[in-house]
Design a protein around this ligand. Structure first.
Ligand code: G3I
Length: 381
């Protein structure tokens, strides 16, 4: 009788503690889920980040800074490290903004990206006057050695060469190619590796889902590898739309790049919801788009995004993140090109003065349905 009583008491105690454990776990899970942010939700998968502009870097945009600190664990400077800004004249380096940028990343213990060392666009004018190979090589050396060397151990990842390929996968006729030939790419990567052997070195470009351009990247990476030059990753910029590219094309590129033994990154993700001039019959890509400025047909959502499009955007982001999660072993970083819709370059490109809605946070910095859906997707994975 006594023994029975003891067993029953023990059983009861065990049940009570099991129930309270279960309850505790449930409460913990609830708290966790409520406080999930992009960086915590995907912490086991890949870095999640944002491009930052002048007002984030100089501390003026305090609201966006709170959001950045809460949601992201990697940063990319949208403009301040481009050649024309950081190295405007041959012997002038302008570190005012880049020092503040790196300090911002360090304050938040973030993975800090340098964007970008060698790009045909936003160049300092003196580079365009160089016509012999030795002088160009000297200038590349001074640019890369000085900047990568200065931030050695503090900038963790560099977009070493940006947009060196044409859409058909051939090399773009940039000033660097014209003057130095195709070895400028290898030279740039070698210089960066020497200046900071521990930094991650990447090739970055847009439309890298395109099969022809993909083949160009594969060749470029193989050429570097054949020469024993360090290349760690391929950055797919990911300026996409509601309609394309297809998940299949994106997936094929993830696999092709990863098969080369390099990491894959999505470095400039945004999804335009607006019509583009090249989708219109008869609008050639090369023509000026000024004619469309102020045209309400080209700016259909100047106030809020209708639910139907908000839902489409959410579904598109969900599909894309589903693919990213499927290949999380190959993907090291996903960076959005801007913090919120009001700060996106897509409000002024390809047509100035429009209201685009391409990111996860709206103009009031509130998370959009796309944000909720991505977090929800992660909870189920
Ligand atoms: O800072 C000046 C300002 O002083 C001036 O009054 C104003 C007048 O237009 O221009 C301001 O500079 C603009 C700058 O963005 C900062 O807002 C430039 O005109 C404008 O051309 C520049 O555009 C940037 C573009 O690269 C060209 O550098 C976009 O913000 C930036 O989002 C975009 O980013 C690129 C990536 O670096 C590479 N991949 C493609 C991506 C989108 O184009």
């Amino acid at each position: 009788m006594k023994i029975n009583f003891k067993i029953t008491t023990l059983l009861l105690l065990f049940m009570v503690s099991a129930i309270s454990c279960e309850k505790k776990e449930e409460v913990e899970k609830q708290v966790n889920e409520e406080t999930l942010t992009l960086k915590s939700a995907f912490s086991d998968d890949f870095f999640v980040g944002s491009a930052v502009n002048d007002n984030h870097i100089n501390g003026k945009d305090t609201l966006a800074l709170q959001l950045i600190g809460k949601e992201f664990n990697t940063l990319t400077p949208e403009n301040i490290m481009k050649w024309m800004n950081i190295h405007p004249e041959e012997n002038t380096f302008n570190y005012n903004m880049s020092d503040q940028y790196v300090a911002l990343g360090e304050k938040n213990t973030m993975h800090i990206v340098g964007h970008t060392l060698v790009w045909h666009s936003q160049l300092a004018p003196y580079i365009n006057t160089i016509s012999d190979s030795a002088t160009m090589a000297e200038n590349l050396k001074s640019h890369i050695n000085t900047i990568v060397g200065k931030y050695k151990g503090r900038i963790h990842s560099w977009d070493v060469v940006n947009e060196a390929l044409n859409e058909d996968g051939t090399l773009r006729e940039s000033i660097f190619l014209k003057v130095m030939g195709k070895d400028y790419i290898n030279y740039a990567f070698q210089l960066a590796a020497l200046a900071d052997p521990a930094a991650e070195l990447n090739y970055n470009d847009y439309n890298l889902w395109k099969p022809e351009k993909r083949a160009g990247v594969v060749q470029l990476v193989k050429d570097l590898q054949a020469k024993g030059t360090k290349i760690d990753g391929v950055g797919m910029q990911a300026h996409w739309s509601l309609e394309g590219p297809s998940l299949e094309d994106i997936e094929n590129s993830i696999i092709a790049y990863s098969d080369l033994g390099v990491k894959v990154m999505f470095t400039e993700l945004d999804i335009t919801v607006l019509p583009n001039p090249w989708d219109l019959n008869g609008a050639a890509v090369e023509q000026s788009y000024e004619q469309f400025e102020g045209d309400p047909k080209m700016n259909p959502y100047p106030n809020t995004l209708p639910d139907s499009i908000q839902n489409k955007l959410a579904k598109r982001y969900e599909d894309i993140f589903n693919l990213f999660l499927k290949h999380k072993d190959k993907i090291s970083r996903v960076t959005f090109w801007g913090v919120h819709d009001g700060q996106s370059w897509l409000n002024d490109w390809p047509i100035k003065g429009r209201t685009n809605h391409p990111l996860l946070f709206d103009r009031k910095l509130n998370p959009k349905k796309a944000y909720q859906q991505i977090i929800e997707l992660k909870k189920q994975n």
